[in-house]
Design a binder for this molecule. Structure first.
Ligand SMILES: Nc1ncnc2c1ncn2[C@@H]1O[C@H](COP(=O)(O)OP(=O)(O)O)[C@@H](O)[C@H]1O
Ligand SMILES: O=P(O)(O)OC[C@H]1O[C@](O)(COP(=O)(O)O)[C@@H](O)[C@@H]1O
Ligand SMILES: [Mg+2]
Length: 469
């Protein structure tokens, strides 16, 4: 039989679906002309940039180009009418820009904890502003929000930042706390910044929303963009945050070491603590990619130690069957069961984030107590590895570096097009502009009901910790 007889022509295999009841809501972005309607536009300088080919169709992104948030649909046509489908403006260069590059004075600041790729974002903001648009006034704000009003500025140019993507951390320095709205906006006004690039996590973005609102209240010709940063990958709406993949990769070394130590001792347990204040994405992805982990503990899935269905029972069986076990715990896991004093319950860092007790240190001693109590005289070892800062204080890998570059350039194109109060990030693989307020409020916990977590449970066979009597 010929292959064409076996397979009907491709047209006959296609089904069509009219999605007429589908309502799509475009998320409106604030624009610099909302309060200043008479601003003049000019043609994007990329038009005369010999490295680009702006004449080709599709080079410039139009205001009506959008990215759909939801791309999974029921082909039977049953669309829930209650929840509108959201669309966001697509990131990229616009033909008309609302800033004269000669008049631009840009400020760049990094806030909150470190994350691989911070220096790459800064570098690419500087090089992109300089090379794509011809901006020459670019300043780094030192040590987070407080640097707007307390520190000296660093003048940035492509020569200075040339090698920064090869360095971990942030050359501009960062800090927690120090958010003083009036002082920050006064400084923006006094220093004549008209483009403010804020790189930070959920706390930073909540601050950035306040800065943006105050700028609007004062009717200043200043645009603000947020570039979402968190090694924990718990910022919502966007696909993932930069540096996360690098951190997961770094965590492999710790897990492998824990596995070797555990395998090489009678009744050996390797215990690894990874970052993840409110969500266990790093622990989860590190577990799935290593295949060496016997139990993954995350904040979204409460666990307990003693009794039926508890951690000790599970590890007892695992040690009996395999002679060793590897446990990965996210720093925010188990906080509800670690004994603590009232003063410890109240503790927060300078930004107001809760200060956690060290779940790794606590588990280490609880495991030893359990073994001594129930298996006295039998050999037992726990090797505790805490690579916390090692997984985030490194240079970004190639994938994250590329991601940081695209983020920085998207931010520049958006701000030049006059958008403000927005964040840029990938949605379903396409770069979009998202209202800053939405991202500041959105969270991205691990879904303990979804396939990914079920896969962790199925490869580890760990308990679900749901036993209640
Ligand atoms: N609700 C808020 N309003 C204004 N500023 C905030 C708020 N939350 C945090 N900040 C400021 O944002 C900065 C970084 O916040 P932090 O929570 O430490 O890190 P991240 O941005 O990575 O979540 C700090 O300077 C902090 O003072
Ligand atoms: O010791 P630091 O610098 O406060 O950072 C610790 C925190 O930083 C994080 O890695 C990420 O925090 P942010 O996203 O808020 O910067 C958390 O997982 C961790 O609790
Ligand atoms: Mg945070």
């Amino acid at each position: 039989m010929s292959s064409s007889a076996m397979n009907p022509p491709i047209q006959d295999q296609l089904q069509t679906l009219t999605i007429s009841p589908l309502t799509v809501t475009l998320k409106r972005l604030p624009h610099i002309t909302d309060d200043l309607p008479n601003l003049q536009t000019q043609t994007n300088p990329l038009q005369s940039n010999s490295f680009y080919h702006p004449c080709d169709d599709g080079f410039y992104i139009s205001h009506s180009d959008v990215i759909l948030r939801q791309i999974v649909f029921d082909f039977s046509g049953n669309f829930p009418s209650s929840s509108p489908h959201l669309a966001y403006h697509r990131a990229g260069p616009r033909k008309e820009i609302f800033f004269d590059p000669k008049q631009v004075c840009a400020a760049i600041v990094t806030c909150g904890g470190l994350c691989p790729g911070l220096n790459t974002v800064i570098r690419e903001l500087v090089v992109g502003l300089w090379e794509l648009y011809g901006v020459r006034e670019i300043f780094g704000i030192k040590a987070g929000y407080r640097g707007f009003y307390s520190g000296d500025l660093i003048r940035l140019d492509p020569k200075l930042v040339h090698n920064w993507h090869k360095r971990g951390g942030t050359v501009l320095e960062t800090s927690r706390g120090g958010f003083d709205l009036q002082k920050i906006v006064d400084a923006i006004q006094n220093r004549r910044f008209n483009q403010v690039y804020i790189i930070g996590g959920d706390g930073t973005l909540r601050g950035a929303v306040k800065i943006f609102n105050e700028i609007q209240r004062r009717k200043l010709n200043v645009a603000v963009v947020g570039i979402p940063k968190t090694v924990d990958n718990d910022v919502g709406i966007i696909d993932r945050s930069f540096g996360f993949q690098t951190a997961v990769e770094m965590a492999q070394e710790a897990i492998s070491a824990a596995h070797v130590e555990a395998e090489s001792a009678p009744n050996g347990i390797g215990l690894v603590k990874l970052m993840g204040r409110h969500s266990g994405h790093i622990a989860l992805d590190a577990t799935l990619s290593s295949c060496d982990v016997d139990c993954c503990l995350i904040p979204e899935n409460k666990f307990y130690l003693e009794g039926k269905g508890g951690l000790f029972e599970f590890l007892g069986i695992r040690l009996k069957e395999h002679g060793h076990a590897v446990v990965v715990v996210a720093e925010g896991a188990g906080q509800d069961i670690i004994p603590r004093s009232d003063s410890e319950k109240q503790k927060t860092d300078e930004s107001g984030n809760p200060v956690f007790l060290d779940v790794g240190v606590w588990l280490n001693s609880e495991l030893k107590r359990w073994w001594e109590r129930d298996h006295k005289g039998e050999l037992f070892t726990v090797k505790y590895i805490d690579p916390t800062y090692m997984i985030r204080a490194v240079t970004a890998n190639a994938t994250d570096n590329l991601y940081c570059t695209l983020l920085a350039h998207s931010a520049i194109h958006g701000i030049m097009a006059g958008y403000t109060g927005f964040v840029t990030g990938p949605i379903n693989g396409n770069y979009a502009y998202i209202p800053m307020e939405d991202v500041a409020q959105a969270k991205s916990p691990v879904g303990t009901k979804d396939h990914k977590w079920a896969w962790v449970r199925s490869i580890t066979a760990q308990p679900d910790f749901q036993f209640t009597t």
